[in-house]
Design a protein around this ligand. Structure first.
Ligand code: SF4
Length: 263
């Protein structure tokens, strides 16, 4: 398993262990200080919480097996996504506490998500795929309002929006540009894609993937040579590879460190 994914998986495992230990300790302490009735209530509550944690922990174990084996377990898919999404905020805080950069954890989450989507072998026609790009890819000096209608782009070639138009035409996929989560969700509602190739920064990708779950999303991190949210770029090979992954199953998985890895 590439190290990029290991960060998130390790944080998930530690999170489950810590939560389990905290619940068990609190349960133990309360059990030894109270009336018989209180103790019965606590036993029931503690059992329920530990059972919930056990289910989530099992989800994490299945996730690890899925990532290692490159196989999908459709019947356990909801459990895996619930476990990863539920534990994500705690894992993020835990990572920050031990000094791991938040973007690194989010990037790891996206890598895990991309692998899970790849394992599912989703096959759709190109017209059911939507490229969702952020507004910051547009050249900052461009006067054309492409978030209302991406076809307002004059195709001058000064920013990646032109290249993405080219990809849209070659593959026959949808292409939209959104300024934020609200507009992105509106596009998903209107176009009703069955698969999404989303380009964004770590923060927007992690929230976007969770927002539209269970819709499969392959996340492509944008490149920020001039800092965040300004004249950003994208690795077009990764975008095309994600489209092909959804449409003709050429087996490839990319990591978010700008490398393509054939499998
Ligand atoms: S390619 Fe389109 S969006 Fe980019 S600067 Fe030119 S007209 Fe504007």
């Amino acid at each position: 398993m590439p190290s990029q994914k290991r960060i998130y998986i390790a944080l998930l495992g530690i999170t489950v262990a810590i939560l389990g230990a905290v619940v068990f300790l609190a349960w133990y302490l309360f059990l030894n200080n109270g009336s018989l009735f209180n103790q019965i209530v606590l036993v029931l509550m503690g059992s329920l919480i530990l059972m919930g944690l056990g289910v989530v922990g099992f989800g994490v174990v299945v996730l690890v097996i899925t990532l290692w084996s490159h196989k999908s377990f459709p019947s356990l898919q909801n459990l895996i996504y619930t476990a990863t999404n539920l534990l994500f905020p705690v894992a993020l805080q835990l990572g920050k506490m031990v000094g791991i950069d938040a973007d690194k954890i989010k990037s790891s989450f996206i890598a895990v998500n991309n692998q899970l989507v790849d394992n599912r072998d989703i096959q759709v026609v190109a017209s059911q795929v939507m490229i969702l790009a952020p507004h910051c890819l547009q050249n900052a000096d461009c006067p054309h309002k492409i978030t209302i209608d991406v076809n307002n782009c004059r195709r001058c070639g000064k920013c990646p929006i032109d290249d993405l138009h080219d990809i849209k035409e070659r593959y026959g996929v949808h292409f939209v540009v959104a300024t934020g989560g609200t507009l992105a969700r509106r596009f998903v509602k209107e176009i009703r894609p069955r698969a999404v190739v989303a380009i964004a920064c770590e923060r927007d990708l992690t929230s976007g993937v969770q927002d539209v779950n269970p819709l499969p999303v392959i996340g492509v991190l944008n490149i920020r040579p001039q800092g965040p949210c300004y004249n950003t770029r994208v690795n077009l090979d990764q975008v095309e590879d994600a489209i092909r992954q959804f449409t003709n199953r050429r087996r490839s998985v990319f990591t978010n460190n700008q490398q393509l890895t054939e499998t």
